[in-house]
Design a protein around this ligand. Structure first.
Ligand code: FEO
Ligand code: CA
Ligand code: CA
Ligand code: CA
Length: 665
């Protein structure tokens, strides 16, 4: 038996050093098991992955670019949920994007794209649902023929719900009434509801659509403004899928140009079908995922759902682009505990996710904040600015589709790329990672209290983490308090001393310095660390520190909003402001993992007992090519040296403590 400390008190592992090795490094006393990798078969009879570009049928294989993940417990047998199971579960993971070169024998062919290549790339996107089994003492394997195994791809039928469903904005060839959707794409972070469903979030969907030059003249001024504001401006579309020909229109749909179309092949509003939060019932492999339009349309990173007894549901959501905003959705209905175990789970989703109020955050300089409602009738027209004409809203559906315009109109605070949102399960405090910004979006003349840093003509390259506490500790509060929990910093940076102080505001050292925070996670309240003060985990997607270390995962013991000491931000000798925030020390923040070459650390979850930690490793070797791979991970994880031709694969890993203890303590 293992003794478990009830309160973490101090972190119980030795910090992992910076590493440029092509291996996932974990603390002494921990082990890594490589689980589901790009291409692994998840249906009976599907062949093992050859990993030489010849594989196909990704609708029955694990996709690429592993991102957010969640472990949904299963009863010992059958398909029913068991929240307390730490030995059998469904792993639901997003597959955000692809490293195209490794998917084909000799890399991708030029446009027009061969049908099979385009289909393979499309099917590598989406979501996977796979059964995971502990074969005893945390010897994890996945079940290739699990009854609930499923791939959800950009071709999977979906339905629309909430205020924009059935509106003209969503009408396309395959949905004459604007209620049906096809597929999900660029699924980044996630959310988990209180009724055993998963939320997958569509982030950088915009670039997949092609709009050729002639399209501009065919749009109304309002349509053109909407397309531009949401970044749907590519003249080729990612991977040129729209150039592939087929007897059906799986590829044509990525060409959003009207091009003399008749209503029967009108794809002009296809981009409006993306940029949503999508609810999936992982326990019913035949269920149709539901796009929840009440939560708005933008570059959805994640959707942290907070459910508390006697309160309305709150969903906290970042829009990950430079200068975009933090949003909150509050349900109309108050949480009823009986819904937690309902069997028609998507109907519970209808109850809590289709009716409510969408808000956007304004961070005031005095440490207070305001949630600004985005409700038709009260949102003013967005004034003309730059290349945009004035935009007047015509309905709540319009606000749901053009959420960024509505947030502009009410005066939300532009942030340094809002990535993940996560809540402390004990206190309800919300943490928001702000991964970074550049000088054109965050010049020193345009900082604000919540985004105070800009230096050396680089903007805020290392990012920071903001946290907030709702007034009254309720999800439906319209005001909050906030501070900055932590600033990223490269402590080996050789800039001059005064700038160094600005860079390393939180007093990091080599055991915990990090840049570009992205994923974030609190240990579940069911595990021993969670009962008093759950650990906060931070993942990085870094471009600034990769000369000294690969991307990483850190574990911290967070404080609370307002409990830090004062510190000063001095921006390049220009403006100077004082803000209140906590300062990290090696005692309350420590590096737990460093990933392999050119990866990003993404999804994270634990079994309910806290004794297995699951982590996503995204795009190892993304800078290499099929004929010169720059990583061979995960084939390197066991310490061996693979042949130079071995291609890297995104993979999910399970981390366990050799003594069977709770991870991190
Ligand atoms: Fe897909 Fe914002 O990271
Ligand atoms: Ca990514
Ligand atoms: Ca991310
Ligand atoms: Ca990122």
């Amino acid at each position: 038996t293992t003794t478990v400390r009830v309160s973490p008190g101090v972190l119980g592992f030795t910090a992992v050093a910076h590493s440029l090795a092509d291996v996932a490094m974990v603390p002494e006393g921990y082990s890594v098991t490589v689980m589901t990798r790009l291409g692994d078969p998840i249906a009976a009879g599907v062949s093992a992955y050859a990993n030489d570009g010849t594989d196909d049928n990704f609708a029955q294989r694990i996709g690429d670019h592993h991102d957010a993940l969640h472990y949904f417990g299963l009863a010992a047998t059958g398909n029913t949920p068991d929240r307390n199971s730490s030995t059998r579960g469904l792993m639901v993971q997003n597959h955000e994007n692809i490293t195209e070169t490794y998917l084909h024998v000799n890399g991708p062919s030029a446009a027009p794209r061969p049908l099979a290549e385009a289909l393979k790339e499309i099917e590598c996107h989406g979501v996977s649902i796979v059964e995971y089994v502990d074969n005893g003492n945390r010897q994890w394997t996945y079940k290739q023929d699990g009854a609930l195994n499923r791939r959800i791809t950009p071709n999977t039928p979906m339905s629309f719900h909430g205020p924009a469903a059935g509106s003209p904005y969503l009408v396309t060839k395959h949905s004459s009434d604007g209620t049906a959707g096809r597929g999900t794409i660029n699924n980044c972070a996630n959310g988990v509801t209180g009724w055993n469903t998963n939320l997958t979030c569509e982030e950088n969907y915009a670039g997949y659509f092609r709009r050729d030059v002639s399209d501009d003249a065919k749009r109304t001024a309002a349509e053109l403004a909407s397309l531009q504001r949401n970044g749907i401006t590519s003249r080729s579309g990612n991977y040129s899928w729209s150039t592939a020909s087929s007897t059906d229109d799986r590829f044509t749909r990525w060409n959003a140009t009207i091009s003399g179309a008749t209503p029967a092949d009108d794809f002009r509003y296809e981009p409006n079908q993306y940029g949503w939060v999508v609810e999936i019932d992982p326990y019913d492999a035949t269920s149709t995922p539901r796009k929840r339009t009440a939560l708005g349309r933008f570059g959805h990173e994640g959707a942290f759902v907070r459910i508390a007894e006697g309160q309305k549901l709150g969903a906290y959501m970042g829009d990950d682009s430079r200068g975009e905003y933090l949003y909150k959705f509050v349900s109309t209905e108050t949480w009823a505990a009986a819904d937690a175990d309902a069997t028609d789970r998507l109907a519970v989703g209808d109850k809590y996710l289709d009716a409510g109020t969408l808000y956007v955050a304004r961070f005031n300089a005095d440490g207070t904040g305001t949630w600004l409602p985005l409700v038709y009738g009260s949102v003013p027209a967005r004034p003309a600015s730059g290349s945009y004409p004035e935009y007047t809203f015509t309905s709540q559906a319009d606000i749901c589709v053009n959420t960024r315009f509505a947030a502009d109109a009410v005066g939300a605070t532009p942030m340094d790329r809002p990535e993940w949102t996560v809540g402390n399960p004990v206190t309800g405090e919300i943490y928001l990672t702000l991964t970074n910004s550049n000088n054109s979006n965050r010049p020193v003349t345009n900082t604000n209290a919540a985004n105070p840093r800009s230096y050396w003509g680089q903007g805020n390259p290392n990012g920071h983490i903001v946290r907030l506490r709702e007034d009254g500790d309720t999800t439906s509060a319209t005001t909050f308090k906030w501070d900055i929990y932590m600033f990223g910093a490269d402590t080996l940076d050789t800039d001059t001393a005064d700038e160094q102080a600005n860079i390393n505001i939180s007093g990091l050292d080599v055991s915990n310095d990090f840049s570009s925070p992205d994923g974030a996670y609190f240990s579940r309240s069911t595990n021993p660390s969670g009962q008093i003060n759950p650990l906060l985990w931070i993942e990085t997607d870094d471009g600034a520190m990769t000369d000294v270390t690969n991307c990483m995962l850190l574990a911290g013991i967070p404080g609370h909003v307002g409990d830090g000491g004062a510190y000063t931000v001095t921006n390049s000798g220009n403006s100077q402001n004082t803000f209140v925030g906590a300062k990290a020390t090696a005692a309350n923040l420590r590096r737990f993992l460093v990933g392999p070459v050119q990866c990003e650390i993404t999804g994270i979850d634990q079994t309910p007992d806290g004794r297995t930690l699951f982590v996503g490793i995204q795009h190892p070797g993304e800078g290499g090519s099929y004929d010169a791979p720059s990583s061979h991970w995960p084939n390197t994880q066991d310490g061996s040296t693979p042949a130079a031709s071995v291609r890297p694969r995104s993979a999910l890993i399970a981390i366990t403590k050799n003594d069977g203890g709770v991870i991190g303590l």
